[in-house]
Structures are given as C-alpha cells and as structure tokens.
Design a protein around this ligand. Structure first.
Ligand SMILES: CC(C)(COP(=O)(O)OP(=O)(O)OC[C@H]1O[C@@H](n2cnc3c(N)ncnc32)[C@H](O)[C@@H]1OP(=O)(O)O)[C@@H](O)C(=O)NCCC(=O)NCCS
Length: 167
C-alpha cells in the first residue's frame, strides 16, 4: 500500500472509482470529477487549489494505492486551519472505495496522512466527522483522536471534532 499524488496515469482508475462512489459528491470533494472538464484540466485546477487559489488553505491530495495498482482511498490534507476548517473540515478528509470498506484501509490511510502532517510540522491535528458517521469516528479514535466540543452547522448538522496530538 502506498500514497501517490494524482496524475494523468490514474485517469481511468479515478473515473472507475468515482463511478462506484455511493453518493452524489465524492469525499474528499477535491476528487470529484465533472463530466465536462477534461482530466488534464481537472489536474491543473487541483494544483491551483492546492497552491491556495481563491484564498483556499494550502492542501495536498493523495490516492491510497493497493498492491494491485488500484485506488482504494483518497485523502486531502490541509496545511493549516481557517475558521471553517477549525469548525467543520479539520486538517484531513478521506474516503474509501465502497467495495473496500471495513478492511482497515481508512485507519491505515489516516495513519499515513498523519505522517504527512508530521512533515508539515503540525503537532495538533484536527479531524472531524458528522455525528452519524460512526465508522469515521472509530477511524479517528483508533488513530488517537481525543474528542473536543462538537460544532452545529446552521442547518443543524452536528460535526464531531477530534484532536490528534503528535508530540
Ligand atoms: C468512514 C470510512 C472512511 C471508513 O472506512 P473503512 O476503511 O471502512 O474504515 P476501517 O475499515 O478502517 O474501520 C475502522 C473501524 O471503524 C469501524 N467501522 C467502519 N465503518 C463502519 C460503519 N459503517 N459502521 C460501524 N463501524 C464501522 C470498523 O469496524 C473498524 O472498527 P474495528 O477495527 O473495531 O472493527 C468509509 O466508510 C467511507 O469512505 N465513507 C464515506 C466517506 C466518509 O464518510 N469519509 C469520512 C468523512 S469524515
């Protein structure tokens, strides 16, 4: 298993993964593809967003690749927090291919993402999930997450917030 940065090489795999996704919008949303945007352009736009386009927090995207060269998960790492990320998004967002869930991949993916935040010098990592997302909460707790106050969005959605201290 390894993390790999998005590139043209993964175009077909990425499209297949998205076709298997079980929701309208991909998680993390940075991996959502639009039919009318060529993959090359999507990659250019992703690079611009990673670099902070539109006042976005600097961020980095990785695929989780298995030994059969398939994408089994995706992760977006924010290099810092703004108000919205502090309340809702946190430092790290991730998702696992529906057919590959309940196999420990998200737990592994978050542990690998934490090595990346270590390299960025982030000592306290905020990871969040919706209150009804028991799977994601388990993933965060297995990676050392300690729960802080929840945040309730204006439309009523409750976001659980966890800090992972990296010494
Ligand atoms: C949430 C998600 C990332 C979990 O991925 P995963 O690879 O299935 O998680 P893991 O296999 O590492 O599971 C970790 C723990 O959570 C538990 N778990 C995972 N999904 C669960 C679910 N739906 N219900 C209850 N427990 C669940 C596992 O049993 C495991 O606990 P255990 O080791 O004690 O058995 C995955 O379901 C997903 O991609 N969901 C859609 C996107 C999303 O919600 N992303 C997170 C946004 S905060």
């Amino acid at each position: 298993m390894r993390l790999e940065r998005p590139s043209l090489k993964w175009k077909t795999e990425h499209i297949t993964y998205m076709n298997e996704w079980d929701d309208d919008r991909m998680t993390p949303s940075s991996f959502h593809l639009q039919a009318d945007i060529p993959y090359e352009v999507y990659l250019e736009e992703m690079a611009a967003k990673e670099a902070g386009l539109d006042n976005r927090m600097l961020n980095t995207n990785y695929f989780l690749i298995d030994d059969n060269e398939r994408i089994v998960g995706m992760v977006n790492i924010r290099h810092g927090l703004n108000d919205s990320l502090r309340q809702i998004g946190g430092h790290i967002g991730y998702g696992i291919r529906p057919a590959e869930r309940r196999k420990g991949y998200a737990t592994y993916l978050l542990s690998e993402a934490l090595k990346k935040t270590d390299l960025l010098g982030i000592r306290s990592v905020l990871v969040t999930c919706n209150a009804d997302n028991v799977g994601s909460a388990a993933v965060i707790i297995k990676n050392g997450g300690v729960e802080d106050e929840s945040f309730t969005e204006p439309h009523g959605n409750v976001v659980r917030r966890f800090w992972i201290e990296r010494g």
